[in-house]
Design a protein around this ligand. Structure first.
Ligand code: FEO
Length: 395
């Protein structure tokens, strides 16, 4: 069922309440999500994006309830990833000659996934436009690496809606559609989680693209992303947040993450948290067991932090596999200007702390020299360095 966005613009996407994982199992979803597709009905009828492959037949059937598919003049494919292009096969089976406007990289992506179907692609680049009648135009803006090479945004003049695709989105099901009707706490949390876990590696591109878009001097009344709420009330609030988040964002927070075998490394984690709280009561200090906590939620906390401390006992001359996997993800996210420290217990060989320091350095963190490396259970002498370690993390 369509939902009206503005005048002749409707939402025709899929509200995915049951979705709990995304990008395979790499991104957790706790509050549902949506794949947003939009229908514009001016003199020309335009479909912007589709929905994920498993919902393709429902999508086409629902669209048929709203319009005669033959009336669709143009399809805009802002992005080739299958959560937005996944219904094209079912749709194009019905209207095979309808032109699909997208970037050159999107043609590669779509044909790479669905084969060479002979679809009528119209390649566009930044500044190209498409007249849709009633004095309105669609203007295309390439969003390369936000977050794929093919990503694109489309601006609708007259209504001043920026269809931004993944940028400014959230994995968050908002049945009411608009940001002013959504739970504000969850909306902000999910928008930040999305940025921290998906867009942060491309933060430099975000900054450049925001500057470029501002240079167009567009009046933006709405930002309609491809996931989650449409930014209707104060739509530039999310643009301003992206400008902050893309610039080595941090709050007054220190996050401690660890895994443990026989609770020695866990004890160090909690002693460090207590020391940080004593030295700086106003600083937010959070402690997470890597093995027991959703990794995407931890990464959002790391994103907010000015410093982190990571702990693992030594096992097999190395670190626990849970911590190793987490550090691989940490490195991918390319956080900037954050400090880090390492700690861990051992029985005999004791390599973990050095390895953690090495991996944190490789992940782009400024690793402080202070560490806690405790043989067997941590004793008072092992913890003597905690005050200095805490002071350096807080500085
Ligand atoms: Fe929502 Fe990059 O796909």
């Amino acid at each position: 069922m369509r939902k009206q966005v503005k005048q002749n613009v409707s939402w025709v996407g899929y509200l995915d309440w049951e979705l709990d994982r995304f990008h395979g199992d790499d991104y957790s979803i706790h509050n549902g999500s949506s794949q947003n597709a939009y229908l514009i009905e001016e003199e020309k009828t335009v479909l912007i994006d589709t929905v994920w492959t498993p919902h393709r037949f429902d999508f086409v059937e629902n669209l048929k309830q709203e319009i005669d598919l033959q009336q669709i003049d143009y399809i805009i494919a802002n992005h080739g990833e299958c959560d937005h292009s996944g219904s094209l096969t079912a749709l194009m089976a019905e209207i095979p000659d309808t032109p699909i406007y997208c970037t050159a990289n999107a043609v590669k992506s779509i044909e790479g996934q669905y084969g060479h179907q002979g679809w009528n692609f119209k390649v566009v680049k930044t500044g190209d436009s498409l007249d849709i009648g009633h004095g309105k135009q669609l203007i295309f803006v390439e969003m390369k690496m936000l977050h794929w090479p093919d990503s694109m945004a489309t601006f609708l003049t007259g209504d001043n809606i920026l269809f931004s695709n993944d940028a400014f989105g959230q994995h968050f099901a908002v049945g009411e559609l608009f940001n002013d009707q959504a739970d504000q706490c969850l909306l902000n949390k999910e928008a930040m989680k999305y940025f921290a876990n998906i867009l942060n590696p491309f933060a430099l591109f975000v900054s450049k693209k925001l500057t470029e878009i501002q240079g167009f001097n567009l009046t933006i009344d709405m930002i309609a992303p491809s996931h989650g709420a449409i930014w209707r009330q104060d739509p530039l609030q999310i643009v301003n947040k992206y400008a902050l988040w893309a610039n080595a964002y941090q709050e007054d927070q220190v996050t401690i993450v660890y895994d443990t075998m026989w609770e020695g490394t866990a004890a160090i984690a909690h002693q460090l948290a207590a020391e940080l709280a004593v030295q700086s009561p106003e600083t937010v200090v959070k402690v997470f067991s890597i093995a027991k906590t959703d990794k995407n939620e931890i990464m959002t906390e790391v994103f907010k932090s000015k410093a982190i401390a990571v702990g693992s006992p030594t096992v097999g001359n190395s670190i626990l596999s849970s911590v190793a996997g987490w550090l691989e993800f940490l490195q991918q996210l390319k956080f900037k200007q954050k400090k880090a420290a390492a700690f861990g217990c051992y029985g005999w060989s004791g390599e973990s702390v050095h390895l953690l320091q090495q991996k944190l350095t490789e992940a782009g963190f400024t690793v402080i020299e202070d560490s806690v490396r405790a043989a067997w259970r941590p004793a008072a002498a092992d913890l003597a360095s905690l005050p200095q370690m805490a002071a350096h993390l807080l500085a």
